[in-house]
Design a protein around this ligand. Structure first.
Ligand code: SF4
Length: 436
């Protein structure tokens, strides 16, 4: 099936669209860049302001005009709150409410949710969709490593970097457009600059961005841990750099790591994490784990469980291994039955849930800065605000005004669900950028 995805409103809607895109792609559906070429249109609607709600309806009508044969599925705040009106719009066949939208592809394709618990696939930008509160800036593509489960090197080729000046210019124009946070993305960020002349690397790129732009926050996406030099941590003296490091571990067993072709040991990983925590207080260390890799014995899995527990990650994405044609791992013997892999995934997620809660508890009573990504009007002029801190904590507060895409200093009150409840101390652009 060919699917066109679009969203109205905040970055959260955008990131959800990216996730939905990945879910469809996991089952080999094609994401297309225009409505005309699609069989299915998915729109993540917004109701933060009445123009945003009107934009949502207009987007649906426009999609129907362009391609009356395409089925339209709506999700998001507007269609959740106005389901009947949403279903009355031309071409709309279904509304998936906000609380179900994490499983939108599973619902539409009528596939069990477990089918989407696979290891990460390459993240392509979703065609046709713009970024909003956070600008995701691609700085490099490709990878020179050969992890045995990964299709990236086959699909994307060798590592190559975008010119530093071009990246800085892109961030400057994002700042001019009101963007508060830029996220540097790439397949293998730490390879940045290796193919460029001059003394250019990820560290020099970050320095240049911080020096030549007024971006309020700069975040790094995933960094392969064996390429991270501890001298990189000096950069966090600049408080505009977000205190989050996503270091994919994949397995807590050295023998499994060797079969995965990951050039790192658990001891090296633990040492890097300890140094990051020492140099960057309150940093959120996040990771990816694959369970059920071919040949993963009970002993190896127990090693992974113990290691993940000991690492106290702030968050971990746990994936069940799935064979990718063309990768070396598909030829490895001793495939793990899916039922065992799913049980292992559950065990890791349970351990991780406790670590995430412990990490959040660290911040009770403390002050952090939140970037508001969702603002929902409530009764009596109040606004429900949802956002993230620089160290990747989800924060929720009630405010007196629409602070969407603003930074606010908040006081953390309590843990709730997967995030934190907070009260706003000061909001809007007056917030001291160095205040964390
Ligand atoms: S380093 Fe990352 S992108 Fe490169 S082959 Fe390994 S898993 Fe794939």
């Amino acid at each position: 099936m060919r699917i066109f995805l679009n969203s109205v409103g905040c970055r959260l809607n955008q990131s959800e669209i990216e996730r939905i895109s990945n879910q469809f792609r996991m089952l080999d559906h094609e994401i297309v860049g225009t409505v005309d070429e699609s069989d299915l249109v998915v729109i993540n609607t917004c109701t933060v302001t009445s123009p945003a709600a009107a934009d949502s309806r207009a987007m649906v009508r426009q999609a129907y005009r362009k391609n009356p044969n395409a089925k339209i599925v709506l999700t998001g705040c507007w269609s959740t709150l106005e389901e009947k009106k949403a279903l009355d719009l031309p071409g709309v066949v279904r509304v998936v409410s906000n609380h179900e939208k994490d499983h939108l592809a599973s619902i539409i394709l009528e596939q069990p949710r477990e089918n989407f618990e696979l290891e990460p696939i390459i993240r392509y930008p979703v065609p046709g969709v713009r970024m909003r509160t956070r600008a995701f800036i691609k700085v490099q593509d490709g990878c020179d490593n050969h992890c045995t489960f990964c299709i990236t090197t086959i699909a994307r080729g060798p590592a190559r970097s975008m010119p530093q000046d071009q990246i800085v210019a892109e961030i400057q124009s994002a700042v001019a457009g009101g963007v508060q946070e830029a996220v540097l993305t790439g397949v293998q960020l730490t390879a940045y600059g290796k193919d460029l002349s001059g003394n250019i690397n990820l560290k020099s790129l970050i320095k240049s961005i911080l020096h030549h732009s007024d971006i309020r926050r700069l975040r790094l996406s995933s960094l392969e841990p064996w390429e991270v030099g501890v001298d990189l941590f000096e950069l966090w003296e600049n408080e505009r750099l977000c205190r989050q490091l996503h270091l994919p571990l994949q397995s807590g067993s050295d023998s499994t790591l060797r079969r995965m072709g990951r050039p790192i040991t658990t001891q090296q990983f633990a040492s890097l994490a300890a140094q990051a925590r020492q140099k960057i207080p309150y940093i959120a260390l996040t990771t990816d784990i694959i369970v059920g890799f071919p040949g993963e014995t009970d002993e190896e899995f127990q090693e992974t469980l113990a290691f993940v527990k000991g690492m106290r990650f702030a968050q971990a994405h746990v994936f069940v291994y799935s064979p990718r044609p063309g990768t070396p791992a598909v030829l490895l013997p001793n495939r793990i039955p899916l039922s065992i892999s799913r049980d292992r995934s559950k065990q890791v997620r349970e351990i991780q849930k406790r670590s995430s809660l412990e990490f959040r508890k660290t911040f009770l009573g403390k002050q952090l800065t939140a970037l508001w990504e969702v603002a929902i009007p409530k009764k009596e002029g109040k606004w429900e605000l949802r956002g993230i801190t620089d160290n990747y904590l989800r924060v929720h507060a009630i405010g007196d005004q629409n602070l969407w895409n603003n930074l606010s200093c908040v006081h953390i009150l309590e843990c709730e669900n997967d995030g934190l409840k907070a009260e706003i101390i000061s909001g809007g652009y007056g917030c001291d950028p160095s205040f964390k």
